[in-house]
Write a protein that binds this ligand. Structure first.
Ligand code: BG6
Length: 476
């Protein structure tokens, strides 16, 4: 049978510097926002921006400091990805490895050399690097000095950083993305954009001004990428997941539309090149003033993204009924009411394969640009058998259902260029800082407190994904 997945479909996995690399101060790297996020309940407070000190505290465990030490294990890990037949690996560059404080005159050569080595290793196996320029990590020095993306200064600093990496890796990297889950800024300001909110701040004013700075910075990166690497594609990255209306009550339907627009807002600007009417109305109603510089609007208009990258874990659901609203569930920090038709993961994230098809169709209808699913997967507790094997049938089931939904999506006429599942090797969880929330095909022997050998071993899903890739999505 001929596969419905296009030839050259980019099957692979996705990781982020701060959740995989460790080596948090090695070879001149500067402190980054995630390096200040502990595990446990305090993490959520820090992600929200309730943070007292910009130094790691004595005696506190910060999972990013060692993570899974991809920094020293990348050859071994990439060999395993190659064995699974990966066509692509999505990873991010840590800004503070290249410019430790964000403001140096010259980039840090050791940081640049590290990514050269990683890209060379990938290319050796014909694995396409797909690079996010910024995945939840702002150099801490820029947070202290400028208040991070509150400040317009960040636009130039980010431009300098991105031009540096485009120049350096122009012969090696042809797929780029600007900000990971750019819409996270509205939900977890410190995690998403290094923003600390203080008493007296008009929260929405601060966040939407910061959003404008990121959108301008993103457009500048698109421009620079196209100039420096004419054969590259550069995309945006949305934390996606369609919001369903709990009932057919028009009030609920409208509420769900508004929830979706909170996210679409960013991509509307990055992909269509202008602020949508509903956003202008929102700014007016809320009395927000977005300060723009001359030329910003033209820049946004002229430098739109080539493709829409998005993560999909769950659909969302909303209501205007206070009793229903009281039954919130988790779900990638996007508060959602519990959908009675769906099951959830051990962390309360709704499992909805059909939602992937709905979300992708919605995005394609809206933007008519190629889509790239750059994150998806099941975070679960894996318990190794006595012989060390991990029989993760639950993960295989989750993935199979999502791959089937992808196949439907392609047959719906949606142009899908790739799929990189989240955490193909177990890495630190972004939302909780735990190791026990695992997504991988490859098990890493390390626990929540950082104990373990860090030894890598294949789970049952390893062979399953290998077959799925080899058959281009046919043999599931
Ligand atoms: C996305 C992030 O929000 O979800 C990743 O881009 C993150 O960084 C992923 O790891 C899964 O979330 P978690 O909290 O289970 O790690």
């Amino acid at each position: 049978m001929v596969s419905v997945f296009p030839k050259g479909f980019l099957w692979g996995g996705a990781i982020a510097a701060n959740q995989a690399e460790g080596a948090y101060l090695a070879d001149g790297k500067g402190l980054t926002t995630v390096d200040l996020m502990p595990t446990g309940p305090e993490r959520f407070q820090v992600m929200l921006g309730n943070i007292q000190s910009f130094e790691p505290k004595e005696g506190v465990f910060y999972p990013s400091h060692e993570a899974i030490d991809f920094y020293h294990h990348y050859k071994e890990d990439i060999a395993l990805f190659a064995e699974m037949g990966f066509k692509a690996l999505r990873l991010s560059i840590a800004w503070s490895r290249i410019f430790p404080t964000g403001e140096e005159e010259q980039p840090n050569e050791k940081g640049l050399a590290f990514y050269d080595a990683v890209f060379d290793e990938l290319l050796k196996y014909n694995i396409e690097p797909v690079v996010t320029t910024c995945h939840f990590d702002v150099p801490v020095a820029l947070v202290e000095k400028y208040g991070s993306w509150r400040s317009r200064e960040m636009v130039d600093l980010y431009e300098k950083y991105t031009k540096t990496i485009f120049e350096r890796y122009k012969n090696k990297v042809k797929y780029w993305m600007t900000f990971n889950e750019i819409n996270m800024l509205l939900h977890l300001p410190f995690m998403g954009a290094g923003i600390v909110l203080t008493e007296g701040d008009n929260k929405e004013q601060v966040l939407y001004q910061a959003a404008h700075h990121q959108l301008v910075a993103s457009a500048k990166a698109v421009k620079a990428c196209h100039e420096i690497i004419p054969d590259a594609k550069i995309g945006c990255m949305l934390a996606a997941g369609a919001t369903y209306s709990y009932t057919a009550n028009p009030e609920d339907v409208w509420a769900s539309m508004e929830r979706d627009r909170e996210s679409f807002f960013f991509i509307d600007v990055q992909s269509r090149g202008e602020y949508p009417g509903y956003a202008k109305r929102f700014f007016k109603d809320q009395q927000l003033t977005i300060v723009m510089e001359p030329g910003d609007e033209q820049l946004l208009k002229e430098h739109t993204v080539d493709y829409i990258g998005f993560s999909y874990y769950s659909s969302r659901c909303t209501s205007t009924d206070p009793e229903i609203l009281a039954q919130q569930t988790n779900g990638n920090v996007f508060a959602s009411v519990k959908n009675p038709y769906l099951q959830a993961s051990e962390w309360g994230w709704t499992i909805d394969p059909k939602g992937l098809r709905i979300t992708a169709n919605q995005l394609y209808d809206r933007y008519q640009k190629p889509l790239f699913i750059v994150e998806n997967g099941l975070g679960a507790v894996d318990v190794p058998e006595t012989d060390g094997t991990v029989n993760d049938d639950y993960r295989i089931n989750y993935l199979r259902q999502h791959f089937e939904a992808m196949a439907e999506t392609i047959q719906d006429g949606v142009e899908l260029i790739g799929y990189t599942s989240w955490g193909p090797i177990d890495i630190v969880s972004a939302s909780t800082g735990e190791m026990k929330k695992r997504y991988g095909y490859i098990y890493v022997d390390r626990d929540n407190a950082g104990q373990g050998t860090s030894k890598r071993s294949k789970k049952k899903s390893f062979e399953w994904y290998k077959k799925a890739i080899a058959s281009n999505g046919e043999d599931l």
